[in-house]
Ligand binder design. Structure first.
Ligand SMILES: [Zn+2]
Length: 484
């Protein structure tokens, strides 16, 4: 089925379609809807544009998208999704937005750094790629980690980093470890053997009061393995260049330095580079030990990197954060004059300075102290803005604290709008459902869909192309009426 010729409307809707829609609106889900979708997406008259498709079907589809896989085979679900996505690539409300006159906050997730020439793999693609490269390093521990992840279908690097963070945290807190042991394993002793023989999981400690030396060593071993993975991760991000979305937002920031903020969970430096290339000075909102506080300039753009950045280093001992000059660091790496340091030496105390990068789950319980002031800043920016533009961010469970900040801000400020740029359009439907559940009387149209490649859609939005298009169409419509 091809939705290219389908026309939305209420004037030419067959009796049969009306009836199906009424059934769908009355029903509670399940198999019946699948039949209805099958009928309307295969109807010759609807596909040819002879008969119109009632726009309420989009609403019905949104409502059911999540439960659909329970009732229909994956291939059918995919084809329904495609059909409905093609019908409404962008919401009409986009044409009423004027980013020029709005205080805008941008939220960038991993997907924002995917379009070329940034080419950074998304979270899902990252771990399999890193493990493949890890195997090539021919290190026994890495190969075993790769096998472990392969066999258990662990393909999300954030899960792995979170597990490492948890292991490190619990190994340092014997009371927490005892409690975790009790809470997770009291009723199911067989679980104890689940991870038997895996050197990176301190399974023996589940049967003991405190972790043994062997367990602490296995955690240290995991940390060491992860340093290598971090190195590989950095090597995919260091050569990354800003794409058209980064550049468009940076250009927007030069026009509205104080009324636009970028908040990101990305470690990469694509947007940082785009700002420097646009000659827009900016602040990270972090106190760096090696940067003297300049007199508060009024025209600084703000870039909040919630999970850290490739060019920030942190010493756990003295808790100081060092900013490494980005362009020099990248140039030295590109010219092979100096390696990128995964671990460095702290000038203040002689301890170790490591990259200040944290996995999302870590934010909740073991966040690096220098990053904590970024959270209230981000919340403030969301709450101050008229418009929040989200790109490449999937609102995953790991980042639930960000969804909550946005939900609270949308609740408090009824005029606030949320544009979600997403290649598939799925995220919009999910967030509408979520906010309808959490915000009383939430109007779903406050979330606006911008579907497609963000390197194309974001520049169009910020250049006001959707507004212009609407004006042109209105003019053409006016002329046509005059002529008739
Ligand atoms: Zn130090």
């Amino acid at each position: 089925m091809n939705a290219d010729n389908v026309r939305l409307g209420t004037e030419k809707v067959s009796h049969q379609q009306q009836e199906l829609l009424q059934q769908a609106n009355r029903g509670r889900g399940g198999r019946m809807f699948i039949n209805a979708f099958e009928q309307i997406t295969n109807d010759e008259d609807i596909l040819s544009g002879e008969e119109q498709l009632h726009p309420d079907w989009l609403e019905v589809f949104d409502r059911l998208a999540e439960t659909m896989p329970r009732y229909a085979p994956p291939r059918a679900v995919e084809s329904f999704k495609e059909f409905f996505a093609a019908l409404s690539k962008h919401d009409a409300a986009l044409a009423d937005l004027d980013p020029e006159s709005l205080n805008t906050t941008f939220l960038l997730g991993a997907g924002a750094s995917k379009p070329t020439p940034s080419n950074i793999p998304t979270v899902r693609e990252l771990l399999p790629q890193l493990l493949e490269r890890a195997r090539r390093l021919d290190r026994d521990d890495l190969s075993r980690l790769a096998d472990f992840c392969d066999e258990r279908k662990i393909d999300n690097i954030e899960d792995l980093l979170t597990a490492a963070q948890l292991a490190t945290f619990t190994s340092r807190n014997p009371t927490v470890l005892r409690l975790v042991n009790y809470l997770l394993y009291r009723n199911d002793p067989s679980e104890r053997d689940l991870f038997a023989g895996e050197p990176w999981i301190g399974h023996r400690s589940f049967q003991q009061e405190t972790p043994s030396a062997a367990d602490l060593a296995s955690v240290a071993f995991l940390q060491d393995t992860l340093q290598v993975l971090f190195g590989l991760l950095a090597s995919t991000m260091l050569p990354a260049r800003p794409n058209l979305a980064h550049q468009a937002i940076a250009a927007y920031a030069t026009q509205h330095p104080t009324e636009s903020t970028v908040i990101t969970t990305n470690y990469d430096c694509c947007y940082d580079l785009a700002l420097s290339e646009a000659k827009q000075p900016f602040s990270y909102g972090i106190d760096f030990v090696n940067v003297t506080k300049a007199n508060a300039k009024s025209d600084l753009a703000t870039l909040i990197k919630l999970h850290g950045s490739l060019n920030w280093y942190y010493c756990e001992t003295c808790q100081e954060v060092q900013l490494v000059e980005l362009k020099r660091m990248l140039q030295q790496y590109a010219d092979d004059d100096a390696p990128y340091s995964v671990i460095g030496i702290c000038k203040t105390c002689g301890g170790q300075r490591r990259g200040l990068l944290v996995p999302p789950y870590a934010m909740k319980f073991d966040v690096a102290p220098p990053l904590t002031p970024l959270l209230p800043r981000a919340r403030h920016c969301f709450e101050e803005s008229d418009l929040i533009v989200v790109l490449g961010f999937s609102f995953a469970d790991a980042d639930v604290y960000i969804s909550r900040m946005i939900s609270k801000s949308m609740h408090m400020k009824e005029s606030q709008k949320l544009v979600i740029a997403d290649p598939s359009g799925d995220v919009v439907a999910r967030m509408r459902r979520k906010f309808r559940a959490s915000i009383p009387n939430f109007d779903g149209s406050r979330i606006i869909k911008l579907q497609g490649d963000c390197a194309e859609t974001i520049p169009s939005l910020l250049r006001g192309e959707f507004r212009r298009e609407k004006k042109v169409k209105a003019k053409q419509g006016g002329k046509a009426e005059e002529g008739s």
